[in-house]
Design a protein around this ligand. Structure first.
Ligand code: ADP
Length: 173
């Protein structure tokens, strides 16, 4: 069974087998978590991303999918890049957001990662409301069939931490 931990802070300061990046389809960098991971992880991550674009993902990584690269200078073995959906307003289908968590854990299992750190995918530039994103994240990780032993959600600020804590508490851990 997977243990869920919550941490408030910067995901690039975490130590884990795999750190998940809230990437965009281009895999060539962006703002938020993506920018921070490439800044602190160094150019090896971008070099791997460029190779992936050239080889398997000429049109970019589809929303809801995940792919791994080196973690460069981060305190991790891999970065797992996943592309969250852009929030389209009330009634937005959370299936692709759930898919990001599920696919990231599937890739983690392929790699043999036992500890994985996730940011709150889609809640920044992609505007998904934090409470709903926390619900989808926690429910999906709890329901996943995975060998990952510890999932750490790394929440950047107090409101994000509170939203995830409410969810984890609501369902018991
Ligand atoms: P998306 O494009 O999927 O919305 P963002 O990177 O813009 O991704 O934001 C996702 C979430 O990550 C937001 O809640 C944002 O506040 C948070 N965030 C931004 N930088 C960091 C960081 N260095 N560590 C952890 N969380 C971060």
């Amino acid at each position: 069974m997977t243990t869920i931990r919550l941490v408030q802070g910067d995901i690039t300061r975490q130590s884990a087998d795999a750190i998940v990046n809230a990437a965009n389809s281009s895999l060539l960098g962006g703002g938020g978590v993506d920018g921070a991971i490439h800044r602190r992880g160094g150019p090896a991550i971008l070099a791997d991303c460029r190779r992936l674009r050239a080889a398997r993902y000429g049109k970019g990584l589809p929303v809801g999918r995940a792919v791994a690269t080196t973690a460069g200078d981060l305190d991790a073995r891999w970065v797992i890049h996943t592309v969250g959906p852009v929030y389209q307003g009330p009634g937005s289908d959370p299936a692709l957001l759930a898919s990001c968590y599920r696919e990231s854990l599937r890739v983690a299992d392929e790699l043999g990662a036992r500890t994985v750190a996730f940011p709150a995918i889609s809640t920044g530039v992609f505007r998904w409301p934090m409470a709903d994103a926390a619900r989808v994240a926690v429910e999906t990780v709890r329901a996943a069939k995975t060998d990952v032993e510890v999932v750490t959600f790394v929440l950047f600020d107090e409101p994000a931490y509170g939203a995830f804590a409410a969810r984890v508490g609501a369902e018991g851990s």
